[in-house]
Design a protein around this ligand. Structure first.
Ligand code: CA
Length: 512
């Protein structure tokens, strides 16, 4: 009797195992989604976009194996609002997160919620910057606020803060890989966001990369010495490399060494001082002034910013290598993007915010071999409201009607609907904090950009991107009337479509 019972138990055990395997093999596994989202990465600092300054072989690898978007634009060129839009698929005025000063409503509907409900294991590791506690993530570990480059703190799921020894870009990538390898439930598809802090201000490179650009003199943009003629908001900004970057924190001279090494361990501080101190000594002895000093500032800024990207790109390579090794590359959508673009001396600037090309553009490369042909180049307009619906679409989850973006899958499959957008809308709010960039909204078509500034004066700007790609000539008062009427109708229809009532009231005030 006992033997018979044992026999039955063993039989039952094998039946359960067989059934589990049968279920697994009969249900095709949903695609994984891996988003590497950095902070302030200019297209001019990515070789796939033709950077004159740097090689980024790993970002290029994603583009080469998949697609590169040449006309991807953000809806509001700022850190936290861009992340809120990534999560919700909605403009700032709808998701409520217009600037870096407010707390995000993390309880609202967003893509991780839907993915979790559909059986995905969701995770966000690294820069989050939304102040609110992350919701709808099975696992999260995030930097508080902007976070630190050296020995960063992470807020853990128990609410406690833990400090990790090392360089942020390495730690965030390593911790993401550790989650994939050791914590992730591999019976479920994953949706992982790797939020890199780099290359955000104050641009502290990893010691490994101090010498990455030895002997290199970076080319100054032709409009570095912009007089801002005919552009009032550009005259008011405080984001000029020469005027507004600080010699201590930003440019690492004066007390900058102590300022940044304060947080480092002895070995990190020693490496830092060994690199920066002789250069700073040389700088002091040169006693530069005028254009020579401006040039020095530009070179130091570029060195530090690009060295941060060298580390970022290397860590992207580490993640791609792991996916290959683990056999995950075939079934994983890999995306690299950044919350917005950035100025590398164009108009004399650093930072972002303006609807001008360098900060309005977002880098976007993605790879998913099952759908995307190698070397695909996409010139159609995309915006960061499209991330959430694209992820949901790929996962076979219905896209909620109130999402304002569109799935990019048809574009990626070369099946662009005739109704696809022919212009993009933008609205920036944060003023006057930090950089004194006036609030503005506008429309960009293939050829033109019409911008309405408000908040500290009311005026329009118009650029012909074909004849003036650097946006140096505001032709609002000289352009043909019909061009302006057509663009205003276009803008008005986008304002209505996206339900931006604040912009609508300003638009209707007719101050011109
Ligand atoms: Ca940013």
């Amino acid at each position: 009797m006992k033997n018979q019972q044992q026999y039955l138990i063993i039989l039952l055990f094998f039946a359960v195992i067989a059934n589990t395997f049968a279920q697994k093999s009969s249900t095709p596994k949903k695609p994984n989604i891996l988003v590497i989202f950095s902070d302030d990465h200019a297209l001019q600092a990515i070789s796939a976009y033709g950077s004159p300054h740097i090689k980024t072989p790993n970002i290029d690898r994603i583009a080469k194996d998949g697609a590169i978007f040449k006309n991807m634009f953000c809806t509001n060129s700022l850190c936290a609002p861009s992340r809120a839009t990534l999560l919700t698929g909605k403009f700032s005025h709808i998701n409520g997160h217009k600037d870096n000063r407010t707390k995000f409503d993390a309880g609202q509907d967003m893509f991780p919620k839907r993915m979790q409900e559909a059986g995905y294991e969701t995770s966000w590791i690294g820069k989050w910057h939304l102040e609110a506690t992350p919701q709808y993530f099975d696992y999260w570990s995030v930097l508080p606020g902007q976070g630190q480059y050296y020995n960063p703190d992470f807020i853990e799921m128990d609410g406690k803060t833990k400090r990790y020894e090392g360089y942020a870009t390495n730690l965030i990538a390593d911790r993401a890989l550790n989650w994939l390898q050791n914590q992730h439930d591999s019976s479920k598809p994953f949706c992982l966001v790797v939020g890199q802090k780099a290359p955000h201000r104050p641009w502290l490179p990893d010691s490994t990369d101090f010498h990455a650009f030895d002997g290199v003199k970076f080319k100054m943009p032709e409009n570095f010495y912009d007089s801002y003629e005919g552009r009032i908001a550009a005259q008011k900004q405080k984001m000029n490399i020469v005027v507004d970057q600080t010699l201590d924190s930003d440019l690492k001279v004066k007390n900058g060494t102590e300022l940044h090494t304060k947080r480092m361990n002895a070995a990190q501080a020693k490496a830092w001082d060994a690199y920066y101190e002789p250069l700073n000594e040389q700088f002091k002895q040169q006693n530069l002034s005028g254009k020579a000093l401006d040039e020095w500032k530009f070179q130091r800024y570029m060195h530090d910013y690009l060295a941060c990207i060298t580390s970022l790109d290397r860590n992207i390579g580490k993640i791609l290598d792991y996916l290959d090794k683990a056999g995950l590359s075939e079934n994983t959508l890999v995306i690299y993007s950044s919350d917005q673009g950035f100025y590398l001396g164009e108009h004399g600037w650093f930072d972002k915010r303006f609807m001008y090309e360098e900060s309005f553009h977002m880098p976007l490369v993605m790879r998913y071999p099952k759908i995307i042909k190698k070397g695909t180049v996409i010139n159609d307009f995309a915006q960061n409201i499209d991330f959430a619906p694209t992820f949901l679409d790929l996962a076979g989850i219905p896209i909620p009607k109130d999402i304002q973006g569109k799935s990019l899958l048809p574009i990626l499959k070369n099946q662009k609907p005739a109704s696809w957008r022919k212009s993009v809308y933008y609205h920036y709010y944060e003023f006057p904090w930090d950089h004194n960039v006036m609030p503005h909204f506008g429309v960009r078509t293939e050829r033109y950009k019409l911008i309405r500034f408000y908040g500290d004066g009311n005026f329009w700007e118009l650029y012909d991107l074909k004849n003036d790609p650097n946006e140096m000539k505001n032709i609002y008062s000289s352009a043909p009337k019909q061009t302006i009427i057509t663009l205003k109708m276009n803008l008005k229809s986008l304002i209505t479509q996206y339900e931006d009532t604040e912009a609508e009231a300003i638009f209707n005030a007719k101050l011109n």
